[in-house]
Design a protein around this ligand. Structure first.
Ligand code: FES
Length: 122
């Protein structure tokens, strides 16, 4: 089973990286949900918001090609790079994948989980 590892934005040390073994074909967003990684998903994985934007550091070549619609939605994201993917669209193949959660995605996750935002402020 391929492993998906999530690094936090800016290498936040207060949060440990999360990893999970998943079945081939699992989306990076579903993997995040299963292991509690903080990937935002304002549209619920319906390819309409770009808040699930992640940078893929390992395993990018094993992910399926970026579809035109994913590219269109990615235009809404900040700091898009060659290794950018929308986590709800990228499905894991056989190789392990390591991603970094973007700041915008982490912020969206905090918006979706206000109790965690309050806890982070102390
Ligand atoms: S969750 Fe909205 S585009 Fe991925």
């Amino acid at each position: 089973m391929p492993k998906v590892t999530f690094r936090n934005p800016h290498a936040l040390t207060v949060l440990d990286p999360r990893s999970i073994d998943v079945k081939k074909g699992t989306s990076i967003l579903d993997a995040a949900e299963e292991c509690g990684a903080r990937v935002g998903h304002a549209c619920g994985g319906n390819l309409a918001c770009s808040t699930c934007h992640v940078w893929v550091h390992t395993g990018l070549d094993s992910l399926p090609e970026v579809a035109d619609k994913e590219n269109d939605i990615m235009d809404k994201a900040f700091d898009v790079r060659p290794e950018s993917r929308l986590a709800c669209q990228a499905r894991v193949a056989d190789e392990d994948v390591e991603v970094e959660i973007t700041e915008e995605s982490h912020r969206a996750w905090l918006d979706e989980n206000p109790e965690e935002r309050k806890r982070a402020r102390g």
